[in-house]
Design a protein around this ligand. Sequence first.
Ligand code: DSN
Length: 424
Amino acid sequence: MNAPGEPDLREVDPEIFGLIEAEDRRQRDSLRLIASENYASKAVLQATGTSLTNKYAEGYPGRRYYEGMECVDPIETLAIDRAKELFGAEHANVQPYSGSPANLAVLLGLCDPGDTIMGLSLPAGGHLTHGWKVSATGIYYNAVQYGVRQSDHRIDMDQLRDLAREHKPKLIWCGHSAYPRLLDFAAFAEIAAEVGAYLAADIAHIAGLVAGGVHPSPVPHADAVTTTTHKTLRGPRGGLILCKEAHAAAIDKAVFPGLQGGPHNHSTAAKAVAFREALQPSFKVYAAQIVANARALGEALMGRGYSLVTGGTDNHLLLVDLTPQGVGARKVARDLNRCGIELNANSVPFDTRSPFDPSGLRVGLASLTSRGLLEKDMPGVAEFMDDAIQGSIKAGKKRIPSALAEALGAKIREFLGDFPAPGL
Ligand code: DSN
């Protein structure tokens, strides 16, 4: 595909080439437990690195502002058709650059600035774009936040109903970035209908589980559904909006020209590939395995004395609460990274620590499941985590000792040797 004699990346920019190679190695050698990440397949990565990046395509298939759409139009149409088939949706917009622009587009399409919206608060496991005060969604809209119950850390549907009756929102968000239980979309829809609000579901974290049939789908219940395509869904970095046909024109207009310019066609192609992969029967097995692995890791960690928010999980993630250990999670997460265990510190519900050094560790199983790990492998993962957490706690304010971090890192590399990293 190169012009004759055209040098490749290694020659043009050895510095960037070297850093990309190092990142490949890091992803191969680490226990990747960040709940919002995954390994995209080789086919998805191949579609991403193509000539499609050179092409502008403002507009929608058949209605563009540029010429030369012979290939881009069918690519976007395939992505749309596959997204609709995968989720059983009436309409799909595959152009959002990621999840945050997708959420903003829903607000732009269905609400007016200043309207009241509701969402699960960030400390309770919600997302910035569901109306948190520092996000545009909390600045340009009157955001009311609901939470989880103190008693069991499950979403407080009674509080949601009371707040909805009091504030009469134009739109209610359901969805999360750190909540380990199933969402009852029908119950959300009932409350939204009672107060005349739109229901928008952000399934960024669980889209792969919904597509794989192991989490209920919001599509029959919600006016609009947004997702990223790169988490449990295993696609490229990107976003997607599904909606009822009645909202299709408003949503499309909000994405373009409301918020975005030309779609990223290389990402659209890679989304189409990922949707095709997710339509295969093997994806159902994969999605079920993610949940089985998360449950097995949760059991193994609880067996080692760790406390989990809500006492377990129904989805791909666990929130380990380090409050009983009396330590902040930030330093522990950094020490784990030094050992080759990659996760993030996260607030737990009613956290008494600051969001910069919260009490929780968020742990997701999509990436390890993509490498082929099964329930039987989870006690080993728990042991690595426990050794690193205990080493970090013992080191107090100091870094975990290098000798321990290196020894654990070597054991983890050997352990992962049996599980090839897709795409790399
Ligand atoms: N940043 C993503 C996450 O980690 O959950 C959500 O946007």
